[in-house]
Every structure is written in structure tokens, then in C-alpha cells.
Design a protein around this ligand. Structure first.
Ligand code: NDP
Ligand code: VSD
Length: 348
């Protein structure tokens, strides 16, 4: 009777010790961006711009890519003001990254000032969101959703991986998903699937690119108070905004700092704060833990708190039913002509 008790105790103690050692004793050497060529997509605004500035301050060569030339020029000026040495290369490139050829050309262009050498790190921040109700989406808007999430990252990752391997270079590929790549809520049918897809790609590449000296990371931020956030709020359903209130949100500079810190610590899944650590640790599957001790604590909290949170979100949505039906009525959704029309004002 109870002969297995000492074994269980010994195993628990041993694993506890390993957890403590990992937490407090073994900390790996942090990655230093100084002198590295960092390629930042979406570097003209929000998270990407803050990251470009941060990397510039740390002494990296930084190339930023986005579409709008004027915003790129302004961003470059902000970066110039933060340069650490006179010989840092700071450049901007205007390309539309959800197009495969343009994404390849953009990377190619950024290699030129570096004698054709591939960037050491690609940070794939470019992306945008246009929330709305699913029944008001159409074929074009759902495809655009994938363009502005998955394709805006995948083509650049493909071009960068090919180049890194061809040049036998060491490198890093850093994706930007969202907490909406772990779970989703009302209003994000054109966005969340693409952020899940980015997670699928990152997970594949973390595995596959071990064939080469290429590290893969992926960031899962919650709300970032960026120009993109201001823009998405123009079409965001009220009920979505209300549910999001539970997330405190970060300024772009804070989010960039969290991302860089996670990459420096060599985390695969980088997440920004308490709430998102809960989503990360309860939906990570076989992905590596960041901190063996704390990640399990977050997971235990999640097992208890997440069903309660989901219940409150579901209740908020159900309470919104009447308002929503009135809204659809007003829009004329129930008259046949309007079916399939899109309410959104879409800039691009
Ligand atoms: N803001 C938020 O609450 C959250 C954002 N995220 C993600 O973080 C990333 C950054 O977001 P945020 O800082 O808000 O974004 P912003 O809209 O503030 O900035 C986006 C940047 O990406 C560029 N960009 C967007 N689409 C393309 C494209 N197709 N080709 C080239 N450049 C493009 C924009 O420039 P231009 O338009 O001139 O091309 C701009 O430089 C995105 O991937 C977003 O999905 C994740 C979670 C929350
Ligand atoms: C104990 C557990 C409590 C959990 C509470 C957490 C609440 C999270 C609410 C959802 C936040 C959605 C952010 C969207 C970010 C994004 O990607 C868009 N802004 C698109 O750009």
C-alpha cells in the first residue's frame, strides 16, 4: 500500500528543482541587435515604427518597408534623430507587401546597400484590420483580410528564408500575429483567420528552419494604440469594442519593447502581458515554454478564469442581439437587394 508515494514525491521534487533552476539560474545569452541589419516591414507606423526606432537606438542598421512614401520619409527622419553611430545604414523602401513579387523585390532592394547580403533579422510587422460583421463581408473583403494579415507576412518570410539559406547566413524571422491568433471574438472574421494562419506558418518554420541556422519567433500582442488601431475603430462594431475594454492595451513603444525583449530572450511565442500569457499558455500545444515555472502558473489561472471570461463575452453578445437586429433592419439588410453588399468604407 502507498509504495508508489515516495516515487511520486521524488519525481515532483526533482521536477520542481528543474523548474527553479531554469527560472533563476540558467538564463541564455541575449541577442544583441548592434551592427545587425534589421528589416522591418510596416516600419512607417505603429508597432513597426517604434521597433525601427528602438533598433536604431541600439545601433542596428535598419531598413523599413511600407507603401506610403510620405509616411516612410517621416519615419526615416525620426529614426535619423536616434542614430547611435554615423555609419549605421538607415533606409526606407516603398513596396506593397501582400504581393509576392513586390515582397521579393523589396527584400532585394534592401540587400543592395549591404553588398547583396541578406538582412540578419526580418521583423514582419506590416498588417491591418478592418473589423465588421461576417454577414456584411463579401468575397473581396475576406480576401483582402488575408492579404493584410497572412500574405503581408508570408511572402516576405519566403523571400527572406530563401535568401538566408542561399547565402548560408545566420538569421531570424519574426512574425507578428495577435492575441486573435490564439482565440477570436465577434467582428474579426476578416482578420483573425489570417493571424491564425501566420501562427501555423511560424510553427512550421520553427520546426523546418532548424535545418539551417535560422530562428523563428512570433509575437501575439493585444490592443496597440497605433494609427492602425484608430483606423480599425472606424468600422469596428460597438460590441467588439466593448469586449476589448477588458484588455488594457499598450502604446506602440511598449509593444515594440516587449517584442524585442522576447526575441532577445529567444522566446518562440512572445506575448505582452498577463492576459495574453494566459491565452498563450492555454493554447500553446507543443510549442516551447518561455518560463517553465510561470507558464504553468498562467495555465492554471487560465483553466479557471477563461471559461468565466468566455461566459461573460457570450452574455455581452447575446445582450446585443436586439440592437443588432435593429441595426440590420436600418441598413436594409433584410431586403434582398442589400444581401452581399458591404457597409465598409475601404481605403485600399
Ligand atoms: N493595433 C493593434 O491593436 C494590433 C495590431 N497587431 C498587428 O501588429 C502589426 C502592426 O500593427 P499597427 O502598429 O497597429 O499598424 P499600423 O496600421 O499603425 O501600421 C501598419 C504599418 O504596416 C504598413 N503596411 C500595412 N499593410 C501593408 C502592406 N500590405 N504592404 C506594405 N506595408 C503595409 C503600413 O504602411 P502603409 O499603409 O503605408 O503601407 C504601416 O507602416 C500588424 O500586423 C497588426 O495586425 C496585432 C495586435 C493588435
Ligand atoms: C483571465 C483572462 C481574461 C482575459 C481578458 C482578455 C481580454 C481580451 C480581449 C480581446 C482583445 C482583442 C485585441 C485585438 C487586437 C487586434 O489584433 C486588433 N486590434 C486588430 O488590430
Amino acid at each position: 500500500m502507498f509504495s508508489w508515494l515516495p516515487t511520486i514525491l521524488a519525481v515532483s521534487l526533482a521536477s520542481g528543482l528543474v523548474l527553479l533552476l531554469q527560472t533563476f539560474v540558467f538564463s541564455k545569452k541575449r541577442w544583441d541587435p548592434r551592427g545587425q541589419h534589421c528589416y522591418v516591414t510596416g516600419g512607417s507606423a505603429g508597432l513597426g515604427l517604434s521597433l525601427a526606432i528602438l533598433l536604431t537606438r541600439k545601433g542596428a542598421d535598419v531598413s523599413i518597408v511600407a507603401r506610403d512614401e510620405e509616411r516612410l520619409q517621416k519615419a526615416l527622419e525620426l529614426m535619423e534623430a536616434e542614430r547611435r553611430t554615423p555609419n549605421q545604414l538607415l533606409k526606407s523602401y516603398s513596396y506593397s507587401l501582400h504581393d509576392a513579387t513586390c515582397a521579393r523585390d523589396a527584400l532585394e532592394a534592401a540587400c543592395h546597400p549591404h553588398g547583396g547580403k541578406c538582412p540578419d533579422v526580418v521583423f514582419l510587422c506590416a498588417g491591418s484590420s478592418t473589423p465588421g460583421f461576417f454577414i456584411e463581408e463579401d468575397d473581396a473583403s475576406l480576401r483582402r483580410g488575408m492579404d493584410n494579415t497572412y500574405w503581408a507576412a508570408a511572402w516576405s518570410a519566403l523571400a527572406a528564408a530563401k535568401r538566408m539559406v542561399r547565402h548560408r547566413a545566420k538569421g531570424k524571422i519574426v512574425f507578428v500575429s495577435s492575441v486573435l491568433g490564439y482565440m477570436s471574438i465577434i467582428g474579426y472574421s476578416s482578420y483573425s483567420p489570417g493571424k491564425f494562419a501566420i501562427r501555423g506558418l511560424a510553427e512550421t518554420l520553427r520546426s523546418e528552419l532548424q535545418l539551417y541556422p535560422i530562428d523563428v519567433h512570433i509575437f501575439f500582442p493585444g490592443t496597440i494604440y497605433s494609427p492602425g488601431y484608430e483606423n480599425e475603430n472606424k468600422t469596428k462594431p460597438k460590441v467588439t469594442l466593448k469586449i476589448e475594454e477588458a484588455d488594457e492595451g499598450l502604446k506602440p513603444e511598449q509593444a515594440a519593447q516587449v517584442l524585442l525583449d522576447g526575441v532577445q530572450r529567444n522566446y518562440f511565442h512572445v506575448s505582452a502581458d498577463f492576459n495574453i500569457n494566459i491565452f498563450r499558455t492555454t493554447s500553446r500545444g507543443p510549442t516551447p515554454l518561455n518560463n517553465a515555472l510561470f507558464d504553468w502558473i498562467y495555465a492554471v489561472i487560465g483553466w479557471i478564469a477563461l471559461p468565466l471570461w468566455r461566459w461573460s463575452v457570450d452574455r455581452t453578445i447575446k445582450n446585443h442581439r436586439k440592437d443588432h437586429l435593429d441595426y440590420l433592419e436600418q441598413k436594409g439588410f433584410f431586403s434582398e437587394d442589400a444581401v452581399g453588399s458591404n457597409h465598409k468604407v475601404i481605403a485600399r
